[in-house]
Write a protein that binds this ligand. Structure first.
Ligand code: AMP
Ligand code: ZN
Length: 496
């Protein structure tokens, strides 16, 4: 028996047993990218982390509606509601329509997500597709006294809200701190208080992304879209809300305030925040200039990389740490991940080929049976402990030891009862491919070619043509494939 799934809720700051509001349905909202540039590997880490969460919930049998938005308007260059819209700025720079920028980087984002084998969300709504709903939410906030208009812009009144609610409960910020934090930023004169945030901004004549509203021709504030789209597709109260931990404040704090202000209910039961991918201990970000793009990593063209790494190696690298810990990006860590990924893949092939044959002369090995069942339990236990992929991988390698031991004859297959054998196979295979989402890169192609080469290798061996044997061995080794002469015949494996 395994303990139930527990998740670390960043709202209550504790691990809690996961109890969806309306099982088996789970509503999960994750903040998606702002599509004004290529996503970097830091962004990819966050989306892979939520992919794992999504996959595991599906594996447990939940029916998950996974909503991940596309931010295509309203994300300004700084948090003080000043500066250019990131997309409009890029459009001006490249002399393109803002929607051309949006389309280009949305396509790019989808390609990257597919490359890293993340499942598409159930719904992928965009901010510009929900302007009517955003205007409605602003109207309701004004009616309730939580928002006010100034010169065609509308701001959320944090002080008014805080009189009957708790602004800052997610991020732990208190208004006095916020006052000092936000006061230093320019252009606050329209706001009653510097910590108020924009719901609607009046567009200046030069601003190219604009829509009519009761207050002005303008555009919505960034935080509003997520409140509107999560409510629309998941209801006023849903289960999981996620994003990178850099979004806790102000973005998620403001989302909570907007939802509570509008319908009086806390939107999400569980808030999950992923930690940052770092480079030499510093957050990977475009503005710091330390970002790695997916294609630079795969081709090895980034100046700090000594070679390219395949997408699944990178995915494995990401899964070797828990999503809530920081993860540092380095050549050596990627190199180690490649070994680990190849080992896991070799195991997958061996496990698929393994067959159980009944042999009544062999007694069941009770100790081994117990161990295998315990390791299978441990895989669930680790994932049930707030999706701990790092521990899960360690348990899968333990399971692989048993699989290999059966494969090489150290442990008789007939000494494992059928049910345990089946459980071992299905746990290993489903955790590697379905839960961790690791796929075999170029598997089919490789299989065909290598098998043909192995046939020639065998013929050369029988004919005692050792020059040819060595030649084939060396050729394959140069491709990272080793030939193994086993008792039961010739096999190949990826060199770990
Ligand atoms: P953005 O498009 O900048 O809003 O980012 C999309 C997602 O990537 C957000 O959930 C961010 O929190 C997340 N993110 C940004 N930088 C990193 C990083 N270095 N490591 C992990 N996640 C990140
Ligand atoms: Zn969001």
């Amino acid at each position: 028996m395994q303990p139930p799934l527990r998740v670390y809720n960043t709202l209550t700051k504790q691990k809690e047993v996961f109890q969806p509001r309306n099982p088996p349905f789970v509503g999960m909202y994750v903040c998606g990218p702002t599509v004004y540039s290529d996503v970097h590997m830091g962004n990819v880490r966050t989306f892979i982390s939520f992919d794992i969460i999504y996959r595991y919930l599906l594996h447990l049998g939940y029916k998950v509606r996974y909503v991940r938005n596309i931010t295509d308007v309203g994300h300004l260059e700084n948090d003080a509601d000043e500066g250019d819209d990131k997309i409009a700025k890029k459009a001006k720079l490249e002399n393109l329509e803002p929607m051309e920028i949006v389309q280009r980087y949305t396509n790019g984002f989808h390609n990257v997500m597919e490359t890293f084998n993340t499942l598409p969300p159930s719904i992928e709504p965009s901010a510009t597709g929900h302007l009517i709903e955003q205007i409605k939410m602003i109207e309701r906030l004004i009616e309730k006294g939580f928002a006010y208009e100034r010169n065609g812009s509308v701001y959320f009144d944090v002080l008014a809200y805080n009189q009957s609610n708790e602004y800052g409960k997610l991020s732990g910020r208190v208004l006095e701190d916020l006052y000092t934090y936000t006061r230093q930023l320019d252009g606050q004169e329209e706001k009653k208080n510097s910590y108020d945030f924009a719901l609607w901004k009046k567009a200046s004549p030069a601003h190219i992304m604009r829509w009519p509203s009761p207050w002005s021709d303008g555009y919505p504030g960034w935080h509003l879209e997520c409140s509107v789209m999560s409510t629309k597709y998941l209801g006023e109260e849903f289960d999981i809300h996620g994003g990178g931990m850099d979004l806790k404040f102000p973005h998620h704090e403001c989302e909570i305030a907007q939802c509570v202000g509008t319908h009086g209910k806390d939107p999400a039961k569980y808030w999950l925040h992923t930690n940052m991918l770092t480079v030499n201990g510093q957050k990977m970000s475009k503005s710091l200039g330390n970002s790695y793009l997916p294609h630079e990593l795969i081709s090895g063209s980034h100046e700090l990389l000594d070679k390219g790494y395949s997408p699944m190696t990178v995915r494995f690298f990401m899964l070797q740490s828990h999503y809530a810990s920081t993860l540092d990006f380095s050549n050596s860590a990627l190199h180690a991940a490649q070994k680990g990924y190849f080992k896991m893949l070799n195991g997958l092939r061996v496990s698929r080929e393994l067959k159980r044959a009944e042999d009544e002369s062999i007694a069941i090995n009770e100790k081994a049976v117990k161990q295998i069942n315990q390791i299978c339990d441990n895989c669930y236990r680790a994932m049930n402990d707030d999706f701990n992929t790092a521990q899960t991988i360690a348990h899968l390698f333990n399971l692989l030891k048993k699989i290999n031991s059966i494969h090489t004859g150290g442990l008789e297959v007939a000494a494992i009862d059928q049910a345990t054998f089946d459980r071992m196979q299905s746990t290993y295979q489903s955790f590697v491919t379905k839960v961790l989402g690791l796929k075999e890169e170029n598997a089919a192609d490789k299989n065909g070619l290598i098998s043909s080469l192995l046939k020639i290798y065998n013929e050369a061996k029988s004919a005692k043509d050792y020059d040819k044997v060595d030649e084939i061995r060396n050729e394959l080794k140069a491709q990272g494939i080793i030939i193994k002469d086993m008792k039961h015949g010739v096999e190949w494996a990826l060199e770990e």
